[in-house]
Design a protein around this ligand. Structure first.
Ligand code: P1T
Length: 429
């Protein structure tokens, strides 16, 4: 089933399939910034020559940036390990000069992910945090950042601690409260950071509404699209200025590569970020770029199964006597369901639940599952379970982002759904 037609999701202009003509921003071949260059210096321009107008998501994920190798005809993108590229003359090069600055395998990845996000420019980084760090390096002492009071602990730690100690002011607000967001932005606010759905509470933030408030104050919107992926949501089409990914999660999808990504349309901003990418040098290795390209080819089919299984898990937990509350945007009872239906194509693969027995019950449950492995991270084919308060979100204990210790987070994988439900059943018994 096409995701845009699932259970009321995808009602507005965010359909994956270009033939719907609803303006998903994902038509790489009609990008006004076209050209398709993958030059060694400056931001990779990802528009232009990558395929016929109207290519759907899966076709783009398999083909954009991945033309057969000109020298050999190799079908898959070669892993270019060369650190340096021979130049015909000083100051002249054939597109690449030094592998930190630009690498052909990385350039293919950058074009592909940008194409999936409907972005003119894409930049790959060594991790999600490295991508975030590059965006924050655009700030100067005295600048102010607004971030969600519910989100990945590492983002809070980077902004509040690393940048906070270097003269960047910040405010954490409830991103679902537009008045609170409006009250938190001021003349010094340069960036408004949002995550949707959030990690780990699966709160749905109205991207267009936050963008209106931020833009009115002259601030840029940075949207972390890690949980939804470009298959389910395209923040740039909804008004965000920069979209961020921990590519370690769904984009890679197989728990075997750490990576990060930034996609955007603004050419000047892309140039500044490319400068940071090269100057600071937090770039992914060519092999990691290859693994990410390989993962991307199945992103669409994986996400469909993640969503199928997560819907079944959410429904199972919703009726379970040991569970106090289920947090899943695909449930009609979720407070953000209406916004999710507007801006996402389906509810995604992440489910969180507050257990009746509090912390002790949460710890017992995460220790008792067998198919769901107890581990940090998310978004891969294997189902994972964790207790955020003592694991992924330990760094925000005592902060505005602190998490209920009775909360468990499930990254629902693509195993046989009956095995997942049976595993949860025995773990909660
Ligand atoms: O781990 P890294 O690739 O550096 O990505 C950081 C990051 C950024 N944004 C979001 C929404 C994230 O969830 C993460 C990483 N999160 C985990 C490792 C986790 O288990 O929640």
């Amino acid at each position: 089933m096409r995701p845009g037609r699932h259970r009321g999701f995808g009602a507005t202009g965010v359909t994956v399939d270009d033939t719907d003509g609803e303006g998903n921003g994902g038509d790489v071949s009609e990008n006004p910034n076209g050209g398709g260059g993958s030059g060694a210096a400056g931001a990779r321009d990802c528009g232009g020559t990558d395929g016929p107008s109207g290519w759907g998501f899966e076709t783009r994920s398999i083909h954009v940036g991945q033309e057969p190798d000109e020298a050999t005809g190799a079908l898959t993108v070669p892993i270019h390990l060369a650190t340096t590229f021979v130049q015909p003359a000083p100051g002249e090069h054939l597109g690449f000069e030094y592998s930190r600055t630009g690498n052909p395998t990385r350039a293919a990845l950058e074009r592909c992910v940008a194409g999936l996000e409907g972005a003119a420019h894409g930049l790959a980084f060594a991790s999600g945090m490295a991508a975030e760090d590059a965006v924050l390096r655009l700030l100067r002492p005295g600048d102010h950042v607004v971030l969600g009071a519910d989100g990945y602990g590492g983002t809070y730690r980077l902004i509040a601690t690393v940048y906070g100690e270097r003269g960047i002011d910040w405010t954490a607000v409830d991103m679902t409260d537009e008045q609170a967001v409006a009250a938190s932005v001021g003349p010094a606010t340069r960036q408004v950071w949002l995550e949707t759905p959030t990690n780990p509470l699966l709160t749905v933030v109205d991207i267009a509404a936050v963008a209106d408030v931020a833009h009115a104050a002259g601030a840029a919107v940075v949207a972390d699209n890690t949980f939804a992926t470009p298959y389910l949501q395209n923040p740039l089409a909804l008004g965000a200025d920069v979209v961020l990914h921990s590519a370690t999660k769904y984009l890679g999808g197989h728990s075997d590569v750490v990576g990060g990504f930034v996609a955007l349309n603004d050419g000047d901003l892309a140039e500044r970020l490319a400068f940071v990418q090269n100057a600071a040098g937090a770039v992914p290795a060519p092999f990691d770029c290859y693994l990410l390209l390989r993962g991307l080819k199945t992103l669409g089919v994986r996400m469909d199964r993640h969503c199928d299984n997560a819907e079944a898990v959410a429904a199972f937990l919703d009726g379970h006597p040991a569970v106090a509350e289920v947090l899943y945007p695909g449930l009609a009872s979720h407070p953000g369901h209406d916004v999710a239906v507007r801006q996402m194509r389906r509810g995604g693969g992440m489910v969180s639940a507050v257990l009746d027995g509090g912390e002790a019950a949460a710890v017992a449950a995460v220790r008792a599952t067998r198919v769901f492995r107890l581990a940090e991270s998310l978004g891969a084919v294997e189902s994972l379970i964790e207790q955020p308060a003592t694991m992924t979100h330990l760094s925000v204990a005592e902060s505005p982002l602190a998490v209920d210790p009775g909360l468990v987070r499930l990254s629902v994988g693509i195993e046989t759904v009956g095995d997942l439900l049976a595993d949860l059943d025995q773990a909660l018994a």
